[in-house]
Design a protein around this ligand. Structure first.
Ligand SMILES: Cc1ncc(COP(=O)(O)O)c(C=O)c1O
Length: 1021
């Protein structure tokens, strides 16, 4: 951001000639962006420079000062890459040249600093912004004793003169609303910064760390760091804390969660050059004031150049950010910044906690029962709990209320307790997204569930701060806030207690300002109808700072700012004195779980994502981590009809409570299930076997085929995966040809994948299916040299192969070859079956083919370990040769009840039709993205089985594997789970639970579009 001025009048040819004459440098010139100076990038044969012709107002002194600063920074080795001035043929670093309009300009040649402008970096990771903070601190530190007479000048952008700048330009703003917004920040600045000014350190600062002045190195967000900082033209002696604040103000623009960016920068700055508590307290005002200065100066620039649309466009993000920041209490930001600097967020909280602990025995009870002695029921209101219901189900509060009070009654306890600092899914709603952009799910009080009408008392002497009725649904209903005071080290400390969900009528005797004794009866707990529509309870909260609220205070905070919220609202149990056993939870955090996995669990297990997710709950197409953060699940096809689908869960629970045994006894669940499952198949596939996993199913399929054909060899497709048993690793090139594998055994014969994107035969060839099946024929021929193949096995859409849809007529042709060679045809439907492909129930039906054996798994039990093999009567009879096939768990009544429920839900909820409709919607959207983003080479799929293949180049099809894993990682950070697959690891895999709806698909597309817009093209790892 600079003052207004006109660019020097030179053309590139003239600039080139000047360069040659003064610096003896010849090369190609390319204009660089610059508002004030004319800047060229100069490329010579073996070097690159920046040639700068300064605007006419630039002083020699300021340029000399900048030169000296660059020298100083180079000597201190502050920046990873350092610009420095090149001497002219006259031995000078600053020369004078005359423009076409006869005006003298100073010019300089600097070496070129490589890197990308921060403005082009998307996303800007917290680590990068922290590095920016650190770099600025290093820079400031090394400039502290630097001075130059030219610095003693008037500068519009000097924070020390901010109020004068506003006074001058504010009248030029084009609306009262804008002026009022500036007034709001101005008043706060006057009240906070001015009285504090003497406590703020002064020093020389860069003063313009905007994203066009920061150069970045590194290709991925996890590696990017600041390479250099350029443009020292706005350097000024001012308050040091302005430096990180200016950087933060620009980094916060256009961010959904702007405070996160500020926190990252401040953290880095403080690590390198510690800020004082006084400085921390003014950072937010400095941030807001820099934005105010920016929009006001812009108004002035517009008044001079009314037609300049660029000015109007560039000010928009600053206005939008100011609007957002107005809704964030400045004290909250202050506490957050203190936390970023490693201090307790709210300074007085520790003293309060200590005082409460010391005086706990003296407090009067808050309710009519002795919370310390009487039995209390800790309610399961957290993410993993059941008391606040399954989030996907409509929360009928009446029903919930009855359930909770039944639970309390059954337990014989005097009250139910909802915990402090617990994450709750019940707040998973847009209504609980704060002005800071974070979802609030962290419960900040303790809930005491007792019958409506139960009395509530003040535990300490108090002054009534507010009496209110917040009667909209899911608010507090009747609400009281009391103010308390105590003395600590000679100082009066204030704090507040909040009582929510009261019966408004019961508060009639209380008014603001009333002085109350400890034990004073305040009100009663309200009924559901009058307490904000919650089961009757008291929400009791302790508050150290009301953040300017008048008659309410939030009851839930965000996970992201957990420490700040818990410092604002310390544990109310310090007053209530509930024994730990009534509050205990047993949740482990990610580190604990990882450590435990490492010590005792199979080390071959892998974890997804750079920061693995600790999953706490699943509900239909959503998964929730332990902090209540919701992920849209677009990759797990096992919970086929939805995570924890209530009907499937109920079927399992019911049967488990009646009978679970094995197939050596008669029970109707087995026969009913097999009848229902077989109805889904062509008549000839009429016999089923039940197993516990897809692997077992495939192993059994191999046994059936070998037994029937009296042969051993198997024909497979390249890159296939069929399971984890030894027999299946042998026929899975995805495993045996990869790391740790020992290659393909002799008895396995491999045909190439019918991949019409990468393979030689394209989808538009006259009969790609038949052509690709020739490879199967060749593999069968190779097998016949060893006595012939028992079976040809393949998936009906290729999963690990990269979500590949078989070309038309492929299966029939391949089956014809196989049968012609005496082999059986096995269709592995473990991934794709049960309506996922939308148009049909099974993948093989999309090919109008009928296999001899079909294997089923994953979705069949919606997560319950169940799998099956379906075959013909003839094959089954030949297998029945005297040796019993017994599978202890396969086909047990519980599994069958669950399998039946899955089939019923698919039917009643018309999930196959949904897969078709939503799948087509998704495919359309993905094709549209393919037209916009070169990296998408291919979009393919059927129903909700979709692959998006990424390439670095659409001609050579060079795979974009790092890009694919980057996208999966960023999608997770954006709340959507997808993964990558394919032999080249460059295919985005999308196969959500079938309850995935159009709204979910639109959300996925929106997030994908935004991630595709990030700069990841160069990522190499
Ligand atoms: C196509 C295919 N077949 C078989 C299996 C093995 O199933 P399970 O892991 O249940 O043993 C898998 C598992 O990923 C698979 O994708």
């Amino acid at each position: 951001m600079t003052d207004l001025c006109v660019l020097p009048d030179f053309d590139s040819d003239q600039a080139g000639r000047i360069l040659e004459r003064l610096f003896d440098v010849t090369g190609s010139l390319q204009v660089l962006n610059g508002e004030r100076d004319l800047n060229y990038r100069v490329d010579t044969e073996n070097a690159r420079y920046v040639f700068k012709i300064a605007n006419q107002d630039e002083t020699y002194g300021m340029l000399e000062c900048q030169h000296q600063v660059l020298q100083r920074l180079a000597a201190a080795d502050v920046l990873r890459q350092q610009a420095s001035s090149i001497e002219s043929v006259n031995g000078r670093v600053i020369e004078i040249v005359c423009s076409n309009d006869g005006i003298d300009h100073f010019c300089r040649l600097l070496n070129y600093v490589e890197g990308d402008l921060l403005s082009s970096i998307n996303p800007q990771s917290p680590d990068l912004l922290t590095d920016l903070g650190k770099t600025l601190a290093l820079l400031d530190d090394s400039l502290q004793d630097f001075n130059h007479p030219a610095l003693d000048r008037l500068l519009l952008w000097n924070m020390s003169d901010a109020l004068a700048t506003l006074e001058r330009f504010k009248p030029l703003l084009d609306s009262d609303h804008k002026r009022a917004l500036i007034d709001y920040f101005e008043v706060h600045f006057r009240d906070t910064v001015l009285p504090m000014r003497r406590e703020l350190r002064q020093g020389l600062i860069h003063n313009d760390a905007n994203d066009n002045n920061i150069l970045v190195t590194g290709d991925s967000p996890w590696q990017q760091r600041v390479a250099s900082i350029i443009d020292f033209g706005d350097m000024v002696h001012s308050w040091i804390a302005v430096e990180p604040a200016v950087a933060a103000a620009y980094a916060m623009l256009a961010k959904d969660r702007p405070l996160d960016a500020a926190v990252a920068i401040i953290k880095g700055y403080h690590e390198q050059l510690p800020l004082s508590e006084a400085e921390m307290s003014v950072l937010f005002d400095f941030i807001c004031m820099r934005l105010c200065m920016s929009v006001c100066i812009c108004a002035w620039q517009k008044s001079i150049e009314p037609g300049n649309e660029y000015l109007s466009i560039s000010e928009q993000p600053a206005w939008a950010l100011l609007e957002k920041l107005k809704n964030i209490p400045p004290t909250f930001a202050h506490y957050l910044f203190r936390e970023a600097c490693g201090l307790a967020p709210v300074p007085q909280t520790a003293a309060l906690e200590q005082w409460l602990e010391q005086h706990q025995a003296e407090f009067s009870p808050v309710v009519d029962i002795d919370l310390g002695k009487q039995p209390l029921l800790p309610l399961d209101t957290g993410v993993t709990g059941s008391s606040f219901g399954n989030p996907a189900e409509n929360q009928d509060m009446q029903v919930l209320s009855k359930q909770i009070f039944r639970q309390i009654g059954d337990s014989g306890c005097a009250a139910g307790i909802g915990r402090y600092a617990e994450y709750r899914l019940i707040y998973d709603d847009d209504a609980f997204i704060g002005a800071d952009g974070h979802n609030r799910s962290l419960h900040l009080g303790i809930d005491i569930f007792m019958a409506a009408g139960s009395a509530v008392y003040t535990p300490l002497a108090a002054t009534v701060y507010s009496v209110a009725n917040h009667d909209t649904a899911y608010d507090y209903g009747g609400t009281l806030i009391l103010q308390h005071q105590f003395e600590h080290q000679g100082r009066d400390i204030e704090f507040y207690t909040l009582y929510g969900h009261l019966a408004p009528g019961s508060m009639a005797g209380i008014k603001t300002g009333d002085k109350l004794e400890a034990g004073h009866r305040l009100a009663c707990m309200g009924t559901l109808e009058e307490n904000g529509h919650w089961p009757p309870h008291l929400h009791f909260e302790v508050i150290t700072d009301l953040l300017d609220a008048t008659d309410t205070f939030v009851g839930v905070g965000s996970h992201a700012y957990r420490n700040v919220w818990m410092s604002l609202c310390p544990d109310p149990n310090l007053i209530l004195g509930i024994p730990a056993r009534s509050l205990a939870t047993d949740e482990d955090d990610a580190d604990q779980i990882i450590r435990a996995r490492e010590s005792g669990i199979n080390p071959s297990l892998s974890l997804s994502y750079r920061e693995p997710i600790v999953m706490a709950r699943g509900s239909m197409q959503y998964l929730y981590d332990t902090s209540g953060h919701r992920y849209l699940d677009a990759v797990n096809n096992v919970p086929h009809v939805g995570h924890c689908h209530p009907k499937v869960v109920a079927a399992g629970i019911e049967q488990a409570g009646i009978l679970n045994t094995n197939t050596r006894y008669l029970y109707d669940k087995l026969t009913r299930y097999s009848e229902k499952l077989l109805q889904k198949f062509p008549a000839e596939l009429s016999v089923c076997y039940f197993t516990n996993s897809g692997s077992e199913a495939n192993d059994l399929a191999l046994r059936l085929a070998r037994n029937f054909t009296a042969r051993h060899d198997i024909v497979i497709l390249d890159h296939a995966y069929h399971g984890n048993l030894s027999s299946l690793i042998d026929i899975s090139p995805y495993k045996h040809d990869a790391k740790g594998g020992s290659g393909r055994p002799d008895y396995v014969h491999k045909a190439s994948m019918p991949d019409t994107y990468r393979g030689e035969i394209k989808a538009d060839a006259s009969s790609p299916g038949e052509s690709y099946s020739q490879s199967v024929k060749a593999a069968l021929r190779a097998a016949s040299a060893r006595g012939g193949a028992a079976a040809f096995i393949c998936e009906t859409l290729l999963g690990c192969g990269g979500q590949i849809v078989l070309p038309p007529n492929y299966l029939n042709s391949a089956y014809e070859h196989a049968r012609g060679a005496g082999a059986l045809c096995i269709a592995d439907e473990v991934q794709v079956g049960f309506g996922r492909v939308g148009s049909h129930f099974w993948g093989f039906e999309t090919q109008q083919a009928v296999p001899d054996i079909v294997t089923l798994g994953k979705p069949i039990g919606n997560g319950h370990p169940l799998a099956a093999v379906i075959t013909t009567r003839e094959i089954a009879d030949s297998f029945s040769n005297g040796m019993e096939y017994f599978n202890t768990f396969g086909g047990n009544p519980v599994s069958c009840a669950i399998g039946l429920a899955v089939l019923e839900v698919i039917e009643t909820e018309q999930l196959q039709a949904n897969a078709l409709e939503v799948g087509n919607y998704l495919l359309d959207g993905l094709h549209r993205l393919q037209q916009r983003f070169e990296v998408i080479g291919d979009v393919r799929g059927l129903g909700l089985f979709i692959g998006v293949e990424l390439v670095r180049d659409r001609i050579t099809l060079m795979p974009a594997a790092s890009q694919a894993s980057y996208i999966a990682e960023r999608m997770k950070q954006n709340g959507v789970l997808i993964s990558t697959d394919g032999p080249l690891h460059n295919v985005l895999k999308i196969k959500p639970p079938l309850c995935f709806d159009e709204h979910n698909a639109a959300f996925l597309l929106d997030r994908l579009e935004s991630v595709l817009g990030e700069n990841f093209a160069q990522i190499d790892r």
